[in-house]
Design a protein around this ligand. Structure first.
Ligand SMILES: [Zn+2]
Ligand SMILES: [Zn+2]
Length: 296
């Protein structure tokens, strides 16, 4: 009987070791494979235009095209990329600050555009959208562009069918969610898995209340279909950041109801309080590109 337990224990230990070894080998191969390196830069973010560049060793895409085609081309050149080499543009929703350059970019460069059915309807009826050819994805279903896997997930915002994305390549996972009315469990669950997050930090609540804006507009921003405040967004990240989250980009900052200083201060204070000092915070802006993040 004793021998049986020893033998059983030994066999279990060997299986555990073997699985561990296989896992380590797999992640070494994935991390050292140049095909799976990732590069990310927020080319612009804010209510005047949103556009994020993400590439792997073999695939280059934009999330949203809220800059003119000319500005998109210029900002890509600033980070050593060419608009002609883009494989796709994936659209989160049809608001003008996310699709302003879409039609011209597709017409001039033949870039494939991906959107879900609701956003596609929205693009076709929007002034800046019109006759854009779209490949359709389904919210909640994974799809692939080259060696980049994308998971579109639903977010609350006043658009037809708005989404955030988790993008994976090799062992890297990037979460992107801007234009978020309220934090949901689905959003928490999606961001929890990510090493890099691009999250909305739209407004400082006090600055928004003090701003010279019509009450109805303030109500829209504050509603469950509007935009996330620094405080709500920092609270979300503090909740979901584990050891895995390393890089955090603050996006869609309001020009008159927020400032880089307010946003950074709120996030750094909340994250430090929650014991997440290891998370590096990057700012994004409307007037120029963000820092470029490269992951091996
Ligand atoms: Zn929007
Ligand atoms: Zn927006």
């Amino acid at each position: 009987m004793f021998n049986f337990f020893v033998l059983f224990g030994f066999a279990g230990f060997m299986i555990y070791k073997f699985v561990n070894l296989f896992d380590n080998l797999r992640s070494t191969l994935l991390t050292q494979n140049p095909e799976f390196t990732m590069k990310l830069c927020v080319l612009a973010s804010g209510s005047s235009g949103n556009c994020t560049f993400i590439s792997t060793g073999t695939t280059r895409i934009l999330i949203d095209a809220g800059l003119s085609a000319k500005k998109t081309t210029e900002r890509l050149a600033e980070i050593g990329e060419r608009v002609e080499e883009l494989d796709a543009i994936c659209v989160t929703h049809e608001h003008g600050d996310h699709i302003a350059g879409l039609r011209v970019l597709q017409k001039k460069h033949g870039i494939a555009v991906y959107a879900n059915a609701g956003t596609l309807d929205g693009i076709r009826s929007a002034k800046q959208g019109g006759a854009v050819e779209c490949r359709q994805f389904t919210t909640g279903s994974k799809f692939e562009i080259g060696n980049l896997a994308l998971e579109p997930f639903s977010i609350p915002h006043d658009a037809y069918e708005p989404v955030g994305f988790v993008l994976r390549s090799g062992t890297h996972a990037v979460g992107l969610a801007t234009d978020v009315g309220i934090v949901t469990n689905l959003l928490r669950e999606k961001l929890r898995e990510c090493h890099v997050v691009v999250i909305e930090a739209n407004h400082d609540e006090e600055l928004l209340h003090a701003a010279a804006r019509p009450w109805s507009l303030k109500q829209r921003i504050l509603s469950n279909q509007g935009h996330l405040s620094n405080r709500a967004s920092a609270g979300l990240i503090a909740e979901v950041a584990g050891e895995g989250l390393k890089h955090l980009f603050l996006a869609h900052l309001s020009a008159d109801c927020n400032s880089p200083t307010h946003a950074r201060r709120t996030f750094e204070t909340v994250l430090a309080k929650a014991g997440h000092d290891h998370v590096r915070v990057y700012l994004t802006r409307a007037s120029g590109v963000s820092e470029v993040l490269e992951l091996e």
